[in-house]
Design a protein. Structure first.
Length: 266
């Protein structure tokens, strides 16, 4: 199992839990963290025993974005990881899910700060749970910066454009309640319980047929920009083969026999 000095990786049954672990900096993004994140996405997809991924943060925060001290010229920790960037200059964007989409469902469990790059990574998660006192926002314009992690493209496609533009252009903080109201997160839970809620969702996903889950996720994303006619055709192309799998037959048998299904990705 992978991980780096700023990214912890552990298994909870069929769920891979990735924990941003730089609490002294509110889990601001470091090079070791980005390398660990990207390796975590790859590990999840390569391991058939992993059916879901939960992304969270240590120390009561999710992620406060990029390390501004590094941007100010004081250097980013993790010189030993720079060779990875030389061989894959796109690695940091893939780590932030800017244009890399894992096959397995990704659930974000947010406590505390989830701002700037944290809110950008959040947009790459499929399901999002927030603690009641969590804080969201894209603060980049307040620092004369650009939210280049994909927010000007993705955010208006995920929430209403007026809400997206207000968040992008004002750089103001949003409460968890506001984030839920505009659709940035799907569920608000009591403080300290976001990870438990995310793991509960993951368990429900893990109990489903993995081939079906992955096909459904792929269909949702690949048809998002298609016309309805194109999307329905693509859905049939991806969905019909699922009915011919051994897992589909096992699901039907388990229902008839009133027992839990045992799926084997076959």
């Amino acid at each position: 199992m992978g991980g780096t000095e700023h990214l912890d990786v552990r298994r909870e049954g069929a769920t891979l839990v990735l924990t941003l672990n730089r609490p002294e900096a509110k889990n601001a993004l470091s090079l070791p963290m980005l390398v660990g994140l990207y390796d975590g996405w790859l590990e999840a997809d390569a391991d058939d025993g992993v059916r879901s991924v939960v992304l969270t943060g240590a120390g009561g925060s999710f992620c406060a974005g990029m390390d501004l001290k590094a941007l100010a010229g004081k250097g980013m920790e993790g010189e030993e990881y720079r060779d990875r960037l030389k061989t894959d200059p796109d690695l940091h964007w893939k780590a932030m899910l800017r244009h890399h989409r894992p096959r397995k469902p990704v659930i974000a469990a947010v406590e505390g700060y989830c701002v700037a790059g944290g809110t950008e990574i959040l947009q790459g998660a499929d399901i999002r749970v927030a603690a009641a006192s969590a804080t969201f926002g894209l603060f980049e314009v307040r620092r004369g910066l650009f939210p280049i992690g994909g927010s000007t493209v993705r955010l208006p496609r995920q929430i209403a454009r007026t809400h997206a533009l207000e968040m992008l252009l004002t750089g103001r903080p949003y409460t968890a309640e506001e984030a839920a109201r505009i659709g940035l997160v799907g569920r608000v839970v009591p403080d300290g319980t976001a990870l438990d809620a995310a793991l509960d969702i993951a368990e429900r996903i893990n109990a489903c047929g993995p081939l079906a889950v992955e096909a459904v996720k792929a269909s949702v994303y690949e048809t998002a920009e298609m016309t309805e006619t194109e999307g329905l055709a693509a859905e049939l192309k991806r969905g019909w083969p699922i009915f011919d799998t051994a897992d589909a037959k096992e699901g039907a048998r388990a229902f008839a026999e009133k027992r839990a299904a045992v799926y084997r990705r076959e």
